[in-house]
Design a protein around this ligand. Structure first.
Ligand code: J2J
Length: 458
């Protein structure tokens, strides 16, 4: 077993201490910008202490799980650091999530609180707190990578601190970095790859936005002199087609496969460097390097961040073990892990030189431009509709999103329309990205030799 502590990956620093350290090094530098509101590191550090005290006063303590369901606003950051400092564990719901997703999270996380609005974030006179241990779970992310319902991914202070530190170093962050958080900061990519936390580690400035549309993001990039951001491929396409972007130095793109044609346009049309990122909330991050040949940057999804990421390809599927990759989900599910402790990514990959190319997937997840749709979950919800006898959700190729969803339905009596199904899901309170883009009515499904629905044939 590799000793990740002895190798210097785990440095026994908690995420709460990360901010304390940066506030000591750069007290007067701007840490955070949200609209017209700005905080220096010293101010943000103080705010985090007030929130921690408030949480403590409300009886929230070590190892308590709380659901954090906030958009990209400053309170997300203050609440997160407050929770890190008391040792409570934020469970990050995505802004798009609705009642169905939150109910599921509540069931699996058994949280003591739900933070769904700014008013929920407390503050009180700072008190001495015991705080968490570096090997404790710091936060929980939602799995987009596995079959079935989303699982909770427990990330420790040590492993996540390494995740953000190494990402920050690989991407060349320093105190002059201005990072625009355009994707939801509740997602691993914008949170710590290097994202918000990596920027704080490096002493840079984080600029938050709740909209990544060019109309909002471009003026913000100019005003705040943003140097880098992270996008999913469909957003990168929107930015490309809008044009006229200036000042950005580095654009990270990941979450789903970026088409080569789009990748080739980024440097000439947007004037910035492209970095492809193939990551997962479970851990492993692959990046193209800043000094890779241009050809590798546009045609591959990079290679593992850490020299101690152990990767192997079994039957086409990428498996991984390493200093920041989980070895179990919160619920103890072990089907996603091999007996020798590797995480089965469910992704089919191939090597091009040292770099990886994501070629497809084994798992039943549709990747709709970075939004992961657990097929089984949506199918089960649709089965609750009286006019649905059986249903299979399949991905269909789409120039813009990579793939869209089609619900193939065997009707019960009168065939339902797309509108019937969408209204059914909306009444249940389901994230919009899970609504089927198309509906197809059939009399029966093609089956495989063992009688399973043949999704490929569909
Ligand atoms: C193809 N598929 C990709 C890529 C992720 C950085 C970037 C992305 C995520 C993320 C992340 C892909 N090309 N470039 O957490 O820190 C698909 C794979 C993978 C799954 C993970 C980060 N980048 N994918 O997307 O946990 O199928 O993380 O297993 O949401 O997205 O999804 P998620």
């Amino acid at each position: 077993m590799t000793d990740y502590r002895a190798k210097g990956y785990w440095r026994d620093r908690t995420l709460g201490q990360l901010l304390t350290e940066s506030a000591r090094k750069w007290p007067e530098r701007t840490a955070l910008v949200d609209g017209d509101r700005r905080w220096t590191y010293a101010e943000l550090d103080k705010w985090a202490d007030l929130v921690a005290a408030g949480l403590h006063g409300n009886g929230i303590g070590k190892n308590d799980r709380v659901i954090v369901h906030l958009p990209n606003i400053a309170e997300f950051v203050a609440l997160s650091f407050g929770l890190f400092r008391v040792g409570a564990v934020p469970v990050y719901a995505l802004p798009q999530h609705r009642t169905t997703e939150i109910e599921h999270l509540t069931e699996v996380a058994q949280p003591s609180r739900y933070f769904g609005s700014v008013e929920d974030v407390p503050g009180a006179d700072p008190v001495a707190l015991e705080g968490p241990e570096p090997d404790d779970v710091a936060l929980m992310l939602l799995s987009g990578g596995t079959t079935g319902l989303p699982k909770l991914i427990p990330r420790t202070h040590n492993d996540y601190d390494y995740n953000l530190r190494a990402s920050a170093e690989l991407c060349g962050l320093d105190e002059n970095t201005v990072y625009l958080a355009a994707l939801p900061v509740a997602h691993n990519f914008a949170l710590a790859c290097p994202g918000v936390l990596g920027t704080f580690h490096a002493g840079g400035t984080v600029v938050l936005t709740t909209s990544a549309d060019p109309e909002t993001a471009f003026p913000l990039i100019e005003r705040e002199r943003v140097t880098m951001t992270a996008l999913v491929p469909p957003l990168a396409l929107v930015w490309l087609d809008h044009g006229g972007l200036t000042g950005l130095k580095l654009m990270q793109v990941g979450g789903s496969r970026l088409k080569e044609e789009a990748a080739r346009r980024i440097r000439p049309e947007l004037g910035c460097d492209l970095q492809q990122v193939y990551g997962m909330a479970e851990g492993l991050l692959n990046f193209t390097r800043l000094d890779d040949p241009e050809e590798d940057k546009v045609t591959t999804q990079g290679r593992p961040m850490s020299p101690d990421d152990e990767i192997r390809v079994v039957d086409g599927e990428l498996q991984v073990k390493g200093p920041y990759t989980i070895t179990t989900y919160f619920d103890g599910e072990h089907g996603s892990f091999t007996e020798d402790g590797f995480y089965r990514t469910g992704d089919l990959v191939k090597f091009v030189g040292d770099n990886l190319v994501v070629d497809g997937r084994k798992k039943d997840v549709i990747n709709r431009g970075g939004d992961k749709i657990p097929v089984e979950e949506v199918e089960n919800l649709l089965l609750g509709h009286p006019q649905v006898h059986d249903v299979a959700i399949v991905g269909v190729p789409d120039a813009y999103l990579g793939e869209r969803t089609c619900a193939v339905v065997i009707p019960h009596g009168t065939a339902p329309t797309r509108r019937d199904l969408v209204e059914h899901l909306q009444a249940l309170g389901v994230a919009d990205f899970k609504l089927p883009d198309r509906v197809r009515i059939v009399a029966e499904f093609p089956r495989t030799a063992v009688g399973k629905v043949d999704r490929k044939a569909l």
